[in-house]
Design a protein around this ligand. Structure first.
Ligand code: ADP
Ligand code: MG
Length: 309
């Protein structure tokens, strides 16, 4: 048996052209292995292809090419087993407004062929904090409660792998904390968790390992700690009093002279204080008119990684 929860080989997806849109190559040959027992983050900006990837895993979108194995089961050769091994909390809020949380969970369990005696409806209601609302119509639930119900629905068949697609986009802090608590608890009990997010901090806080996905390609894949050490770039923009060339710089600091006359320094802030950069500038006899910093945000990180790849 493989030690991976998920194995993805040269996965491609092209959405066909429609009357309103051109054909779109959303996944351009993804290779990815996700280890069992991990909390794994798929991090990428909007439109990167995260949901497409998740929805292929979930069996909701048909791949164009490639292979997917879930818990060792090939999606094409063993569709039933591979589907049984995974539960997905989708990004979109699809709930039947006339079902109560209890009914939603029961119906979902029925769809997965979970026999009545093995259903865990009450346990799941308790886990997602909806015991009080078990018999209320979905349309009377708040947005946060609906999301929790979606999480519950992903759990009815006790999958080995739980996938959460942007679970905290647009949710309040309280719900976010509750979701993360649930996720950690499920992971401690042995469930492999995959979550997508476009928040770097969230991936950093929750995930053991991260794949960065951009324009349908994996541009980086590493442990969170390793990735962060590559990402902690800071940028210092120095405007000299008079036109100046780049000064000699400590190893690890990258300089660039911009056409507007400013000198731009990029460096890992964990290794250098800004003062190390500024004193290199002063020592070269450059007097400084103005200094600004540019904190690397996620967009820069993607750009940097894409460029270096
Ligand atoms: P993410 O979840 O990372 O924001 P998506 O997987 O939703 O990215 O989208 C990836 C790309 O595929 C985007 O350019 C998006 O517009 C396109 N796309 C997603 N779903 C469809 C669809 N059903 N039909 C056509 N294009 C789609
Ligand atoms: Mg998405």
């Amino acid at each position: 048996m493989s030690a991976n929860a998920i194995e993805i080989e040269t996965l491609r997806k092209t959405y066909a052209a429609t009357a309103r849109s051109e054909a779109k190559e959303a996944l351009k040959g993804i290779d990815l292995e996700i280890p069992r027992g991990s909390i794994f983050g798929l991090l990428g900006p909007n439109g990167a292809g995260k949901s497409t990837l998740i929805n292929i895993l979930a069996g909701l979108v048909v791949k164009t090419e490639g292979a997917v194995r879930i818990w060792g089961f090939d999606q094409d050769r063993a569709p039933r087993q591979s589907r049984a091994a995974i539960g997905v909390m989708p990004q979109e809020l699809h709930l039947d407004p006339f079902f109560t949380p209890r009914a939603s969970l029961e119906v979902q369990a029925g769809l997965y062929g979970v026999p009545r005696a093995r259903r865990r409806t009450d346990e799941i209601l308790d886990l997602i904090g909806l015991t009080d609302k078990a018999d209320a119509y979905a349309r009377s639930l708040s947005g946060g409660m609906r999301r929790r119900l979606l999480l519950g629905k992903a759990l009815v068949h006790t999958p080995q792998v739980l996938v959460l697609d942007e679970p905290t986009a647009g949710v309040d802090i309280e719900l976010r904390n509750m979701l993360w608590q649930n996720v950690r608890r499920l992971n401690e009990r042995g469930m492999t968790i995959i979550l997508t997010t476009h928040y770097l901090e969230e991936a950093q806080e929750m995930c053991d390992e991260i794949a960065i996905i951009n324009h349908g390609e994996v541009t980086a894949r590493d442990t969170t700690a390793n990735l962060l050490s590559r990402l902690d770039g800071k940028t210092l923009v120095v405007r000299p009093e008079a036109p100046a060339a780049l000064p000699p710089l400590p190893d690890g600091v990258v300089g660039e002279a911009r056409p507007d006359g400013s000198l731009v320094f990029t460096y890992p802030s964990s290794r250098f204080p800004a003062e190390a950069v500024l004193s290199a500038v002063r020592e070269a006899g450059i007097s400084i008119r103005d200094v600004t910093t540019e904190e690397a945000d996620l967009e820069d990180v993607f750009l940097a990684l894409t460029r270096s790849a």
